[in-house]
Design a protein. Structure first.
Length: 411
């Protein structure tokens, strides 16, 4: 039988607990200080400086690694705050739970950090990256003009991808500040008990798609920061438009933060980013997208002090999107401008019938119930202007005067 503790024993135990807490706090402070130093290094290196040393072919991997460095630094902070167990649970499809000790002012940051890293954790299972050619993106952004069937996205050939822009796009953040859109993650979500839970894009129970955008900007002190914005794409609907996605995102706003007072600015920002993202995703769902896997050179693993090789992270699976067709379309546009305005003594070619490239929806299969999206050539009469390797890609031309479903004539 244990003897009762004396007051001296109780005081010693309390001192021991205080000392343990003190040293734990010191260790946590040291860890946070190291994280701050890492973030300071990142803040001194913008995406422009990271891209300045690479060719367009290499920039997809550079942008993906740049995003990864930001998330790695933030992951250390999430672990230091004790939030990582929630990240693991949410990534496996569990509901986000608010810790009882969490203060109200910490909730927005907690929700943003946990959801962002849960999405990243889903992506790291395959690490698929799509780098979009700038000229191809310029064409795709003007090709999305009609309502889309949600079932079309079941044809998405790649699971949980990260889409990056080798030439980041100038955008405005939700609060109106200028920034650079460097890319976005794509994951799915399903409904459980009236609440949304994270899942893969190819989960049979997927009800929506979530897009997590990465925008590099400078904060009020002029320091670089990576802002993340999550939106909802209602692919569970029979038909939806870009505006439907904007409205659904505003209603549920997954960031967990108040919408700025200028709602019109927020809507315009979301509309632009969603339109850009959907133009890429819909193109990936077309019958024959211009996609090519790119080999990536990996450094040899280093050895630690014990002489053992360090564990290497899972390599990226990098795919170039539009790197053949995109430049060819740019050349075709420039050639068309020349033949449209010929010089003295030069003949004039017949101008192309279509003003620009676009994607067109067809209904196929038994009862015409299955959606099929095709990428239509920008200038059908002048397809020979593409030349080179791009001429081998099948670009679907639409014959005139044939009727589509519903009696509407094809243009």
């Amino acid at each position: 039988m244990r003897e009762p503790k004396t007051p001296a024993d109780a005081a010693f135990d309390e001192l021991a607990r205080f000392g343990a807490a003190h040293f734990a706090d010191q260790a946590k402070a040291a860890e946070l200080a190291e994280i701050e130093r890492t973030v300071d290094v990142l803040r001194s290196r913008s995406i422009e400086s990271a891209l300045s040393r690479g060719s367009l072919t290499d920039r997809g991997a550079v942008v993906a690694n740049h995003v990864e460095m930001w998330l790695e630094a933030d992951q250390s902070a999430v672990r230091a705050r004790g939030w990582w167990p929630q990240v693991a649970k949410v990534a496996e499809g569990e509901q986000l739970q608010r810790p009882p000790e969490l203060r109200d002012k910490e909730w927005p940051q907690f929700m943003t950090s946990v959801m962002s890293h849960a999405i990243r954790k889903v992506w790291t299972r395959r690490k698929i990256v799509h780098a979009v050619n700038p000229e191809m993106l310029s064409t795709l952004e003007h090709s999305l003009s009609e309502a889309m069937p949600g079932s079309l996205f079941a044809k998405q050939p790649y699971t949980d991808p990260l889409v990056v822009f080798p030439e980041p796009l100038p955008v405005h953040t939700l609060d109106g500040a200028p920034g650079k859109l460097v890319g976005f993650n794509v994951v799915g979500c399903r409904t459980e008990g009236g609440r949304l839970a994270l899942c893969s894009t190819h989960d049979p129970l997927r009800a929506e798609l979530w897009l997590n955008f990465f925008v590099e900007r400078r904060d009020n002190l002029g320091l670089l920061d990576m802002q993340q914005t999550r939106v909802r794409i209602p692919v569970g609907q029979a038909m939806f438009t870009v505006d439907d996605a904007v409205e659904q995102s505003l209603q549920g706003f997954l960031m967990g933060v108040p919408i700025p007072s200028d709602a019109s600015q927020v809507q315009e920002t979301l509309r632009g980013m969603i339109r850009t993202a959907l133009s890429v995703l819909v193109y990936l769902c077309t019958t024959e997208p211009d996609v090519a896997k790119v080999p990536i050179r990996h450094r040899a693993p280093k050895k630690n002090k014990r002489g053992k090789k360090e564990k290497q992270p899972k390599p990226l699976q990098l795919y170039h999107l539009g790197y053949v067709l995109g430049p060819a379309l740019g050349v075709a546009r420039r050639r068309y401008e020349q033949v449209r305005h010929p010089g003295p003594g030069e003949g004039r070619r017949q101008p192309p019938h279509q003003r620009r490239a676009h994607m067109r929806l067809f209904w196929v299969g038994p009862g015409r119930q299955e959606p099929e999206m095709k990428f239509i050539a920008p200038y059908e009469v002048s397809l020979d202007l593409l030349g080179g390797e791009a001429a081998k890609l099948r670009v679907h031309a639409v014959a005139p005067n044939k009727r589509q479903r519903g009696g509407r004539k094809r243009r």
